[in-house]
Structures are given as C-alpha cells and as structure tokens.
Ligand binder design. Structure first.
Ligand SMILES: [Zn+2]
Length: 288
C-alpha cells in the first residue's frame, strides 16, 4: 500500500472532506490518549517512536493520533478497522463471533487491526532485513486504534451502528449518541472545567493516574499470557460500558443534559486514562 505524508495543502483538503459524523474519539480524545502515552514511554520506546515519526511531529505522537481517521477515505480498506459491531442487546464481545467486516472477512475489526499493527512493529530494529511494512504507518494506526477500542460505542450494537443512528440532543444542539461519546462529553468538559484547553484536561487525567488511580495502573498495564497487546480485553470492557453507561436511558430523540454529562464524564476520564497507560505499556513491550 503506497504511503506518504500529506503536504499541508492536501491535508487541508482532506479535512474539508470529512464526513458529517466521525468514527473515533474526536481529535481531542485521541490527542489526550497519545499525550498520556508519550509521557510514559520507556527510553527504547521513546527512541523508536521518535525514529518512526515524520520530522514535523518529532517527539509528539499526539499530533498524528487522528491520522488514521483522516486517511479513512483514501485507504478505504481501513475503515472497518476502527470499530466492532456486536449483536444487538447482548452486551458481550467475542472475537470469533464479532471481529469481521461487513463482508464477513475475519479479523477486519479494531481488535484485529491492533494485533496486526503490533505484529508489524515487532519487526522494528530487526537488522536482518528491512521490514516489508511501513512501520510509520503501523505506529500511527496502532496509536489510533488503541484509542478507538476504548471508546465504549466503538464496540456497539450492529443495528444502530454503535449509536450513529440514535439521534439525540446534547443540551440544545442536535447530535447522535456516537458523537456524544466521541466529542461532546469531552468538549463540554473542556469548556466547563478546563478553560477550553485540551492540555489542561490532559494534565488533570495525568494527575488522576499518578494519584487517585495509581493503585490500578499496574493492572491496566498487564497483558496476560505474555502477550504484547490485549485488544480483546479492552473491547469487552467497552461493550459493557456501552450498555451500562452510553446506551442506558437513551432513546431516539432523548435530550441529554447535566444528569447524563456529569454521570458519564467519569467513565470517559477513566477510559482515556486506561487507554493512555495501555498504549504506552504496549509500545514499551513492542520496543523493549
Ligand atoms: Zn478511528
């Protein structure tokens, strides 16, 4: 698959061509995750990430954390790699049952994508021959897809397309439930509590990681059976959170306000924190 980084002009055109609804945490959600991860990288992982990132984004994985969303229409094959559809109403995820695209091709879901790009990146530093893969592309996909698998509605029900077909009002504005979890909760939190500033929000989550949640971090980082990546665990957590929090008490045309926002924001905070910690842990295992 040919690959190059876009010049600013074509990047601008790509941004203009974004669809009406997005498919991942919004830009801020992904940037928060990648910033948390960047700051937790081991020395070898930080060196590898710096080596693989293009010059204009050196030392800052968070700048390119939404790259995979921007190339979705150029790389049409990649679009099923951002989510998982699970059976309506079941609230469970099963790799063999659920990780496939609309044509039924197995492994073409966000969990399969994470495993695939993790395996590609294990080629890094393999001196015997140059990798057959584009490892810059693999890094950017992995960093992004780890974010997506932690967004509860990226592992949602098939018929409503992870909440994309559920119309809601976010306070006064029209939205869809999926977009509430990608963007609206994060944006409203930034407006209300963090001076409209993504860095301040990121800092607050980082303080929770080293404070309130510090005793859970080792558990988040762990990946059983000596595996390098554990996306199926995260996908199962996501569909559970989707049922317990995202879908709960929401019907078509429900107006969502403070009750919903204030009770769901802690879930969003936790998922962003877990994801940042796990992305770093995964990169540390890959490049360790
Ligand atoms: Zn995505």
């Amino acid at each position: 698959m040919g690959f190059k980084f876009y010049a600013p002009a074509s990047l601008f055109l790509l941004l203009l061509s974004l669809p009406a609804f997005a498919y991942g945490w919004g830009v801020d959600g992904h940037a928060i995750i990648c910033q948390i991860a960047q700051d937790r990288l081991s020395d070898p992982a930080a060196a590898a990430v710096e080596d693989l990132l293009p010059n204009y984004a050196k030392n800052n994985l968070s700048r390119l954390c939404s790259w995979a969303d921007r190339v979705k229409f150029r790389y049409r094959w990649s679009s099923p790699l951002h989510y998982i559809d699970t059976p309506d109403g079941l609230c469970t995820y099963d790799y063999d049952r659920d990780c496939k695209d609309e044509d039924g091709v197995k492994g073409r879901c966000v969990s399969g994508g994470i495993t695939n790009y993790t395996n590609q990146l294990l080629d890094y530093g393999n001196s015997s021959s140059e990798s057959q893969y584009n490892l810059t592309e693999a890094l950017l996909f992995l960093a992004h897809l780890m974010g997506d698998v932690h967004q509860p509605l990226h592992v949602g029900f098939t018929t409503d397309r992870g909440g994309n077909t559920i119309n809601v009002r976010w306070y006064r504005r029209k939205s869809v439930l999926h977009h509430v979890w990608d963007d609206n909760i994060i944006e409203t939190a930034e407006e209300r509590f963090y001076n409209d500033n993504v860095e301040e929000f990121t800092e607050a989550i980082k303080q929770n990681i080293t404070g309130e949640w510090s005793d859970q971090v080792a558990k988040w980082e762990k990946c059983s059976d000596n595996k390098v990546a554990c996306p199926d665990v995260y996908a199962s957590e996501s569909i559970e959170a989707a049922c317990d929090w995202a879908y709960k008490d929401v019907k078509n045309n429900t107006q969502l306000e403070d009750d919903y926002f204030l009770s769901r924001l802690p879930v969003v905070n936790l998922r962003l924190a877990e994801c940042g910690v796990r992305l770093a842990a995964t990169l540390n295992r890959i490049f360790g």
